[in-house]
Design a protein around this ligand. Structure first.
Ligand code: PLP
Length: 443
């Protein structure tokens, strides 16, 4: 029973709600966990039990939950102007101010912002921008795009088709495939084999160029990459990989689209990881999640002067969403950015993130942990049957889920993904909370 309403929320939910990514049998058997309240890194369920949320909501509660300042900002903006559309030639203060702020924070000449409702709509917009930009630049055939295995770029029809993670595609449904291609994931744990990191990197770049040549360089318009693949298993690329992939893109007039929906806004201690962590200047950055720390649904596609200049002229950009530039969501994002700046949360994420890496890295001493990988506040533990051969545990053991359930019973939330456990806590996590995460997983 919910303390708030005296209604049986779990029963109502079970009877009526279809959740994203639901496994029917287990949902019908177990029902949902009802979360009632959040503060900082903690969540409380409807029975009053507290959990340390090392998942950070879903890679997103960067400044932590329960901030009165955020609630007051949202309430004040909702009272002043809850909505005004931004189609064609109308705007509102928060929308314009947020666009300007994102242009200031983004690297290089990424000075233009198309606001969206979340990550999928940001990546979806970038997908359309590829063909639009290329056509405006006199290259109308460059409509094909390349992404990587193990990528996740969202759940709209186009973005789920661009991504390629096992299990994301329902066999009952036919996804977009025309003009969408994939190359290998830069997976230094599972795919590297006997090669050195440098050799592995060389091979990935050669494969990319070969794929471009196979499709035809005059047909490939865009390359989508998460700087660190998130839902694909926190895949950190080999050294120099992203830079070299970006150089190949430049050589062939292919737009490099950095999907920073997870890696942006402090998760790796920077506003954006592509430039600050990997030294790559993308043509487009897609962001969401930490942009508002989950206080409001919002995303953005940030793009370069070069793209903006090519678009100019007697033509329409016919794409966008009712809630693009939503004043309340934009006000929340602006306040969220202000808090990150004022409290020095990028520096804190760098420091505590290093501690998180070091502390969780010690789990590799456990017999079942094959790999602990990631950077700063974006980590993953890979559980294996045999550390030497990297052999997987049987699927029906559902090891990630069993570890997550055992952790939950001890007051810790970690995300199960097959044989992995993934973590992306709020940036405000403390060293002692990191110790609690590590100690709980060691049990
Ligand atoms: N891109 C990446 C890298 C993501 O991880 C996600 C969501 O997890 C998305 C895009 C889609 O974002 P949203 O769920 O806000 O549409």
């Amino acid at each position: 029973m919910s303390a708030d309403t005296n209604l049986d929320i779990a029963a109502l939910d079970k009877a009526h709600a279809l959740h994203p990514w639901t496994h029917f049998e287990s949902f019908v058997r177990d029902g949902p966990l009802v979360i009632e309240r959040g503060s900082g890194c903690s969540l409380w369920d409807s029975d009053g039990r507290e959990y340390l949320d090392a998942v950070g909501g879903l890679w997103c509660t960067n400044i932590g939950l329960g901030r009165r300042e955020m609630a007051e900002t949202i309430a004040a903006q909702a009272e002043k102007l809850a909505f005004s559309n931004t189609f064609v030639d109308m705007t509102n203060g928060p929308s314009a101010l947020l666009s300007a702020k994102l242009a200031e924070l983004a690297p290089g000449d990424l000075n233009h912002v198309h606001l969206t409702t979340g990550g999928s709509t940001a990546v979806d917009s970038a997908y359309r921008m590829v063909a639009y930009y290329q056509r405006c630049s006199g290259r109308p055939d460059k409509t094909h795009v390349i992404a990587r295995d193990s990528s996740y770029h969202g759940s709209s029809f186009a973005t789920i088709s661009i991504g390629k993670r096992s299990g994301d595609k329902m066999p009952e449904f036919e996804y977009l495939s025309e003009g969408i291609h994939h190359v290998s994931a830069p997976d230094c744990y599972r795919a590297i084999g006997e090669r050195s990191e440098a050799e592995f990197c060389d091979d990935l770049v050669v494969e990319f160029e070969a794929k471009i040549n196979e499709i035809g360089p005059d047909k490939v318009g865009g390359f989508f990459a998460e700087p660190i693949q998130a839902s694909g298993g926190v895949v950190v690329p080999p050294k120099g990989y992203l830079k070299r992939m970006a150089e190949v893109c430049q050589k062939h007039d292919i737009l490099f689209i950095a999907d920073e929906v997870v890696t942006g806004f402090g998760r790796l201690g920077h506003w954006f990881a592509s430039w600050d962590e990997f030294g790559v200047q993308p043509d487009i950055i897609c962001c969401a999640k930490g942009l508002s720390s989950g206080y409001q649904p919002i995303g953005a596609m940030i793009f370069s002067d070069r793209i903006w200049d090519a678009m100019q002229g007697d033509r329409w950009y016919a794409s966008g969403f009712t809630y693009a530039g939503h004043p309340v969501a934009c006000a929340a994002a602006l306040k969220n950015i202000e808090i990150i700046e004022r409290e020095g949360l990028l520096a804190h994420a760098t420091k505590v993130g290093q501690y998180f890496e070091d502390r969780l890295g010690q789990l590799e001493n456990l017999p079942m942990v094959g790999d602990v990988r990631g950077r700063k506040l974006m980590l993953c533990v890979e559980n294996v049957a045999d550390k030497a051969t990297k052999a997987l545990l049987p699927d029906d053991l559902d090891v990630g889920k069993r570890i997550a359930d055992a952790a939950e019973a001890r007051g810790l939330m970690v995300r199960p993904m097959g044989h992995l456990n993934v973590m992306s806590p709020p940036l405000v996590i403390t060293q002692s909370q990191v110790d609690f995460v590590a100690e709980t997983l060691e049990l």
